[in-house]
Design a protein around this ligand. Structure first.
Ligand SMILES: [Fe+2]
Ligand SMILES: [Fe+2]
Length: 274
């Protein structure tokens, strides 16, 4: 049987960039500064980033989302902080390129997965899930992803899953659950990159956490002095977003679009200028 995708000249080996939680203006600025060069140098075909902390350290707004798309991000995922700014709701209602976790109530605004079509490459599905361990109650991410995969079947050659979760065990379990069924399972939320990237036996790329795209002279992106004051005194304290040692963290996944199988996963940290 002739592979129609090859016949019409689609690019079938894709480099997909996935970036961890973007924190505030420093995170957005390093994407604006460094992403265009990275896309050229690493031959990136498609870029996904988690934006749950992109606006002021928590949530998203229309302006922030537009800026990230203008910088070269194709699809934004989010997580437990998605609703922190009320401006997120109209964005999620109208913009198909930003997702909220699929296992929120079906009555919640927005969408939890999307298929991106482009005549130059295979169709790519992105699915956003939220974990349940040490997180607020939410529907089962495992049964939710099963339902989505039934719908996605036949609609996308490549499937990327962002499992936004606290517990490493839950994320690893999701990797095994989806091994051989999706192209990649990548973790977000902890803001700390893990050194466990690998391609699982079923050819699903996996990493427990992509790490943070934001300021590292901080506690998970927030001013370290503010966080320490709170921890030591136990008095309420507003945590401002930090601003030093900004880095862009994530991974590049190489996928064969004719099979949807991952061929490799490479961890990535790009340092900013301060
Ligand atoms: Fe986060
Ligand atoms: Fe989160």
């Amino acid at each position: 049987m002739i592979n129609l995708n090859i016949e019409i000249g689609k690019k079938m080996k894709l480099n997909i960039l996935v970036l961890g939680d973007i924190v505030g203006r420093p995170g957005r600025d390093i994407i604006e500064d460094k992403l265009p060069t990275l896309i050229k140098e690493e031959n990136i075909d498609f870029a996904v980033a988690n934006a749950e902390n992109a606006a002021g350290g928590s949530g998203v707004t229309p302006v922030v989302v537009k800026g990230l798309f203008d910088s070269g991000i194709d699809i934004l995922t989010t997580g437990d902080h998605v609703w922190k700014k009320k401006e997120a709701i109209p964005v999620l209602e109208t913009e198909t390129r930003i997702l909220r976790p699929a296992n929120y109530s079906p009555l919640a605004k927005g969408r939890g997965w999307v298929v991106v079509k482009n005549h130059l490459r295979p169709d790519i599905a992105i699915i956003n899930l939220l974990g349940r361990v040490f997180m607020s109650p939410i529907d089962c991410p495992f049964r939710t992803v099963d339902q989505i995969l039934e719908e996605v079947s036949g609609k996308a050659q490549i499937i990327i899953v962002d499992i936004h979760a606290e517990a490493t065990s839950e994320k690893i379990a999701m990797g095994w659950y989806l091994d051989g069924r999706v192209s990649a399972v990548v973790g977000t939320h902890t803001h700390v990159q893990t050194a466990d990237e690998r391609v699982l036996p079923g050819k699903t790329a996996y990493i427990t956490d992509l790490g943070m795209t934001g300021p590292y002279h901080s506690v998970l992106g927030r001013n370290k002095d503010h966080v320490l004051e709170f921890i030591v005194t136990q008095m309420p304290r507003r945590f401002e977003v930090a601003d030093k040692d900004v880095r862009m963290s994530g991974a590049i996944i190489t996928v064969d679009g004719s099979t949807g199988k991952a061929e490799g996963i490479k961890r990535l940290v790009v340092h900013g200028n301060n």
